[in-house]
Design a protein around this ligand. Sequence first.
Ligand code: ATP
Length: 575
Amino acid sequence: MLLFSDAAAVFSEIEKRSGRLEMTDVLSTLFKRTDGKEIDKLVYFIQGIVAPPYEGIDLGVGERFAIAAIASASGYPAGEVERQYKKSGDLGDTAEALLSKRKQTALSTTEMGVTYVYDAMIKIAKAGGQGSQDVKIKHLTELLNNAAPLEARYIVRFVLGRLRLGVGDPTILDAISVAHAGDKSLREPLERAYNVCADMGYVAKKFYADPESVRDFHVEPFRPLIPALAEREDSPGSIIKRLGRCGVEMKYDGFRLQCHKKGKEVELYSRKLERMSPMFPDVVAEIRKLKCDEIIFEGEALAFDKKKGRYFPFQQTMHRRRKHGIDEASKEFPLNLFVFDILYLDGADMTGDSYRARRAAVQRLFRGNVLAPSQMKIVRTSRELKKLFDDAVSSGLEGIMAKDLDSPYTAGKRKFAWIKLKKSYGKSVDTIDGVVVGYYLGRGARAEFEFGGVLVAVYNPGRGRLETVAKVATGFTEDEMVELREGLEKIKTKAPPLNLDCKIEVDYWVEPKFVVEVAFDEITESPNHTCAMHDGKGLALRFPRMTKMRPDKAENEITTSGEVARMFEIQRARS
Ligand code: ATP
């Protein structure tokens, strides 16, 4: 049995390291001491989750409840816990400090294994209904009563969703391989297994039971895959140069859905792999009618504006659904799902088949009005490709997706098997996806919304740190301002995110959760921002403006500081 205190000691070691290699080493020593019954739980803990996102399990513990539990476990009044928290800015640190000067010692303590702590987290998450908050506080207090100060630091951060050890999924996979084989040779099959089931705990458990099993991992209904992603090129010519003869599909600006069916049971997952079925009952009903028993496929959902005879962009599709209610919106703004890939059909995993073969199946299976194949044509020349791109843009679409006819489905990877060419190509405007780390209050005309803008960061995967790149004060619609302000208000924190490098002040710090797309004219060097910092200078966006919110994108999928640095280099070369 792995003691939670041993895990906590390793977490504290990891926090002191910044390089991936060092983290992998430290983590692999922990994995060596872990057995097959607890490895899944330890892996989830390190990921900062109790289960994969599609399970929809939320701990639902707010700061107030954590403060109450710390107070009762330490014997200090809640007011004192709060006062200390204001000073430290991290409730985990506060719990550690107060428990080390405990006013009372528990009568008896249980030795806590990783499984014990994990099971308690599940009890906390599952407590629902009336009086559930008291039950959550009771379980958390019990844990803290048994915990040494260092354990308390990580328990409290975990329940608040702020563990952020800075260990990314690739590091966990490397460490499992190193623990077992002494090197990273098993990383590839482990990674493939993870990409086709999106559940690292499950993969680790299977691997510990039989290391060979990960080489033969298959796609299954109701275990969503991590979606394949597209690379970008900036002209039709460069796409043809790379792919030669290729399939060109219309690129729809909708909501990406991964659809799973087994018998009459249907489940839809977002790009972030959250369950979406309640939001799209009309799509679910159509999928039920499909003439196959088991299927997994992907498509882009869009609402049609009957008045204007064109599709609403993504933002409006979702807005309509929220505003008008799902049933009404389904009638007034009917949805289409443009199916662009198929990954599994009646027992056969199709992810290894070529795009050509998968596309043939899409065309054979989807012939309805609601579920229709995305438009596709095979082209040979850049002139043919350019014509399709122009047609797409003039009919109000975002651009095109060019696809390599011979490539398999590359779950979880950004590859040149798919290449996007978007409307912005040829213009100087580019965009990044960043996460909001803080916000400003409005001044002057904006004061009535009490919202003045946001501080946005990108991710440095090598260092496991968030680095700021822009203060964004324009481009928000009024609806977006209200939505952002309300959303950010709920995730305010007293201190900056633990893994943020920042030299700028804000009015309020927030949990790094809201992903936004930001357009800019240029990238400049700046002593104030920390993105790709070099010789005291970071990179910053010039004239940043918000283009849209990206609720469909996860915090760990944002633009990296390396990508911003590459954009800066390209810009330099051009000028
Ligand atoms: P990415 O998904 O590459 O991280 P992003 O989320 O900013 O980037 P885009 O760059 O606009 O999105 O393009 C990729 C997205 O385009 C896909 O994730 C998918 O949702 C959407 N899409 C629209 N039409 C298609 C299509 N025909 N084939 C594949 N994807 C499509």
